[in-house]
Design a protein around this ligand. Structure first.
Ligand code: GTP
Ligand code: MG
Length: 273
């Protein structure tokens, strides 16, 4: 067993905890049972969480835009193998920069089984913008409320339970740099991926019949052209808004799986610590 494969022991809890059964598999990502995406605003600790779960050494940095391409790693838990994908930071799924597009396309078209949205507890309001956008397109999400130590230092308290109830998905408070919350995050990932936890994400309800009809009509047409499209409603809304990159992707038939396969750049090579 290599260094990266060593199962770690959790010092602070009984052997029944998730981290006690976590095996970090480094870059051995073949034959996974579930794909987990790590999304979130820049500089919220996505790569720190990625490293904690995989034993890899993805660069973490104290400035926005540190991760510029996706990185993959793996771990096993509860007899299942999880492929974890670390994405560049993005403020919105409507973004247009190349880095942000990598994150957007993976969340939208990469069909992750679970999307972990890492949010900065010290800037929750700004971070919720992306959280709510992601909850529009998937009901398999977990919110990792990171930097809770910084929030504490600034006298910011977040009511994790109320937030989870309002959002309809699990919310896990974390201080990832010191390992706090990793065990709970693993538990939430396991429950959402297995379907044991049925999320009921907060969704915007459109009350306008004309808009609803237009979305339905377009979504049906999109399904006709792109069979495997996971988020036809979201794409239909973007078309109605006039989003140029989405219009272009539909016109050139590069939306969805075709688009995803084309735009994902080569993986960065990571080394086990
Ligand atoms: N205080 C504190 N710092 C943290 C925590 N998690 C991560 N950091 C620090 O926050 C900075 C950014 O962490 P990264 O893991 O690189 O963040 P990221 O979300 O991957 O950043 P991008 O890839 O640029 O989007 C680093 O200096 C980390 O050490 C935490 O829970 N508490
Ligand atoms: Mg990063």
């Amino acid at each position: 067993m290599s260094h990266a494969e060593t199962a770690i022991q959790c010092g602070s809890c009984a052997s029944g905890c998730n981290t006690a059964h976590l095996a970090k598999l480094g870059i051995k990502t073949g034959n996974w049972d579930y794909v987990v995406a790590l999304a979130g605003n820049p500089n919220t600790g996505k790569s720190t969480i990625f490293n904690a779960l995989t034993g890899l050494n993805q660069h973490v940095g104290n400035w926005a835009g540190k991760t510029v391409t996706r990185a993959e790693g793996a771990f096993t838990l509860g007899g299942k193998k999880f492929k974890l994908v670390d994405l560049p930071g993005t403020y919105s799924l409507l973004s247009t920069s190349v880095d942000e597009e990598i994150a957007r396309d993976f969340v939208l078209f990469g069909k992750p089984d679970v999307t972990v949205v890492v949010a900065d507890a010290t800037r929750l309001e700004r971070n919720l913008n992306l959280v709510l956008q992601i909850l529009e397109i998937t009901d398999r999400a977990v919110v990792a409320l990171n930097l809770i130590d910084e929030a504490g230092r600034n006298n910011i308290k977040v009511d994790e339970r109320s937030l989870a109830r309002d959002l309809g998905v699990p919310v896990v408070s974390m201080a990832a740099r010191s390992g706090k919350g990793v065990d709970e995050l693993l538990g939430a990932i396991e429950q959402v991926s297995s379907g044991e936890f049925q999320a009921r994400p907060h969704r915007i309800k459109y009350t306008d019949d004309i808009l609803e009809n237009a979305i339905d009509t377009l979504a049906t047409q999109l399904h006709g052209q792109f069979e495997d499209l996971p988020n036809a409603r979201w794409v239909a809304l973007r078309l109605l808004e006039g989003d140029e990159s989405i219009i272009n992707a539909v016109q050139t038939a590069t939306l969805g799986t075709v688009r995803a396969a084309n735009v994902f750049p080569p993986l960065v090579q990571l080394e086990a610590r």
